[in-house]
Each structure stands twice: as C-alpha cells, then as structure tokens.
Design a binder for this molecule. Structure first.
Ligand code: GLY
Length: 388
C-alpha cells in the first residue's frame, strides 16, 4: 500500500484567498492540500463583491491602488477561465458604479475623492444630481451630484467561492475539512500542521491564508504572527421582484453621515446592501442597530428600497491589517508564507493574489507588483546602538 504523498504546499484557510492560492499552486504542479472545516465559507459568503478599485480609493493607499487595478484588469480572463473549467457562472457583471452625494458634506467628500482619482490617472466623471437620476431613476430627488466610474464592476463572491472549490477539486487539491490546531516547526522551519483531530500533516511549504483568524494560529512564533484583526461588516440581502426590474442598473454608493453604504444589484434580482464597519473583535451578531443604519442610509439614497423583501441579514469579519493592505509571501520563518490581511479588498484581489502566491511558491520571490506587500514590512526596525 502506498502512503499518501506529503503535500508540497499546505494552505491553511479555504476562503477565496486560500482557494485561489491552492488552485494556482496545483496548476503549477505542486501537490497541494487545504485545511478548512468549510471550504468556500468565510467572508466571501457575506461580501457584496464590488470590484471597486477606483470608488474605494483612499488617501495614503496609492500603492495598494496599483495592486487593486492589476487585479481588476485580470478579472475578465480569470472569470472566463474559472467558468470554462468549472461550468459555473460567477455573476461577473461589468456594470460600473455611481457614487453619489446627498448633502454638502458628502459632496465635498466626493469632490475630494474625484481630485484624488484624477491625480492618480483614474477614469471618473463628475455628474450633476439630475444626470445621476437620469442614469438611475430610483435615486432620491435630493441627490446633489455624483461620480460615474464605468470601470468598477462586481462579481458574486458566493459563486466565486463555489467555483474555486470545484476548480481546486478538479486540479487534484486535497481538502482536510477540519480546523488547523497548530503550526508545526521543525529545525527552524515550518513543517506542516496538526489538525483538530490530532492528525499531523507534513508539507514542503505552508501558506497561512486564514483571513481574520490568521493571527490566531498556535505554534506560529510571535514575531511572525501576522498583525491581522477582525473588522465586522453587517450586510443585508433583498430581492427585487421582476415587476420592479431594473431597479438599479449599476452599483450605487454613498457616504451618509460618515458611514459608507452601497447597493449592489445582481442580474438574479438579488440586491446586496452593505456594510457596517465595526471593531468589535470576533462578534458576528447581526444587530438591530446595524440593520437600522444600513436600511436608513440606503433608504435616503433609494427610497423605493423599503418596498423590497428583506431576505437575509448577515455579518462577516474582514481581515484588517495595519496599513489596510494584504500581507503576501515569505515570512521570517522558513517555509511559512502568508496570504492574508486583504481587509476591504479580498474579492477584488483574488486573481492577483493567486498569481503572486503561485509565483513565490515556485521561485521564492514575489513578482514585482506584489513586492510592496511583503509581511516583512511590519518587522520592527533593528535597534542601532547610540553613542553614549
Ligand atoms: N469593500 C467593501 C467593504 O469592505 O465593505
């Protein structure tokens, strides 16, 4: 009887980031395994799936913008490849986005975002309130203006996760449907992990891709543990009855009293409304306050929303990092790599993360576009001796 082959690559975490890493690694010929009790679960089950590199641009995130745009550019081919391989439609929709302002403060915020977008060479057009409503007749009469960004699209993250599980299975990835209890380290090198049933798995290289839980894995040396924290987001799902369609033809978003709200319409009739942003540790309770805030803000934007059936409320945890950007590639512990900390951009960054991780697993080096995201950027600077 032959023993099962030890994987070349063991991925801890089966959300979209872990799955795309495993899929791309297996395509490169690595024997690959994934540890996760529910592959395809996690934040992608909650996320709205906006591919919003331009409308979600923030000051101080210009380097991240480069990675976000690189990933957005890959989406058409990435989605086509996954669909061809698996037969699953991913709900990739090139619908564009409209970011609108409801009062003078929102307008000032959007004007500032527009200036930043133009400085960054991005395509974004300022529209009057009337032009916004011409584009989206369901918008509130009080809309004061907006930004039309035709390049920010959407995908259905649940379909994406499902397709990635299928793609992994077809590529021969082995799934261990349980928790990873601890990382094993042997002779100063990551050597695998111990599963919750006590089984020890060895591996040539280990990728920690456990989303918001990535900083929690036992056995990872303290100075290597990723500085990732959970950032709660509550999200609603409504259904647009056929008689109301098309309710919205593109993603519509705004900042209302300082909180972001977005409405993402799918061709299936699902309308996703998100999202709160709460620093509450591991809490994933859906609260009356969260639902109220989202419905109140969405109603100010699109009053007709109150007519729609509310079909689902859910909360998930974004993997936040200190600079809002992902941690990709080798750590100070030989054999341990990270693919985590994607914060607001996990779904958007899925294609480029898969490519970057496959490249670094094969060559030991991150590709140029991913180099700024090395986990080593968070290493404490060495103390230099000061003359007395
Ligand atoms: N990118 C959307 C969110 O994090 O809510």
């Amino acid at each position: 009887m032959s023993l099962p082959r030890m994987p070349d690559v063991l991925v801890i975490g089966g959300g979209v980031i872990g799955l795309v890493t495993a899929w791309r690694a297996a395509q490169r010929g690595f024997a690959t395994a994934v540890v996760d009790p529910e592959p395809g679960g996690g934040a992608a089950q909650v996320a709205a799936g906006m591919l919003a590199a331009v409308t979600e641009l923030h000051h101080g995130e210009q380097i991240l913008l480069g990675l976000n745009l690189a990933s957005a550019r890959r989406y058409p081919d990435f989605a086509a490849e996954l669909t061809e391989l698996t037969g699953h439609d991913l709900g990739y929709r090139r619908c564009g986005t409209l970011a609108v302002a409801l009062d003078a403060d929102d307008r000032a915020h959007l004007r500032d975002l527009h200036a930043l977008q133009r400085q960054s060479g991005l395509e974004s057009e300022w529209l009057s309130g009337r032009d916004c409503r011409r584009l989206e007749p369901m918008l509130a009469p009080g809309v004061r203006g907006g930004l039309r960004v035709d390049g920010d699209h959407q995908i259905d993250p649940r379909r994406l996760a499902h397709a990635l599980v299928t793609a992994c299975e077809r590529a021969g990835v082995v799934f261990h449907r349980t928790w990873a209890e601890r990382l094993t380290v042997a002779r100063g090198r990551a050597a695998g992990c111990v599963l919750s049933d006590g089984t020890a798995l060895g591996a040539g290289q280990v990728v920690l891709a456990a989303g918001s839980r990535s900083g929690q894995l036992a056995g990872v040396p303290d100075d290597v543990l990723p500085p990732v924290r959970p950032v709660k987001g509550q999200v609603l799902r409504l259904t647009v009855p056929k008689r109301y369609a098309p309710f919205l033809s593109r993603t519509v978003r705004a900042v209302v009293r300082g909180s972001h709200v977005y409405l993402v319409p799918r061709l299936s009739g699902e309308l996703v409304v998100g999202a709160t942003s709460e620093e509450l540790g591991w809490d994933t309770t859906v609260t009356a306050g969260g639902v109220y805030q989202l419905l109140r803000d969405a109603h100010e934007l699109v009053p007709g929303i109150t007519e729609l059936p509310l079909t689902e409320t859910r909360a998930g945890l974004r993997p936040g990092s200190p600079d809002n950007a992902p941690l990709l590639g080798p750590t100070e512990l030989d054999g341990l790599l990270l693919a985590t900390g994607h914060y607001r951009n996990g779904v958007l960054l899925t294609p480029v993360t898969g490519d970057a991780m496959a490249h670094v697993l094969a060559t030991g080096e991150l590709p140029d576009e991913a180099r700024p995201f090395t986990p080593r950027r968070f290493r404490a600077p060495a103390l230099t001796e000061q003359p007395v």
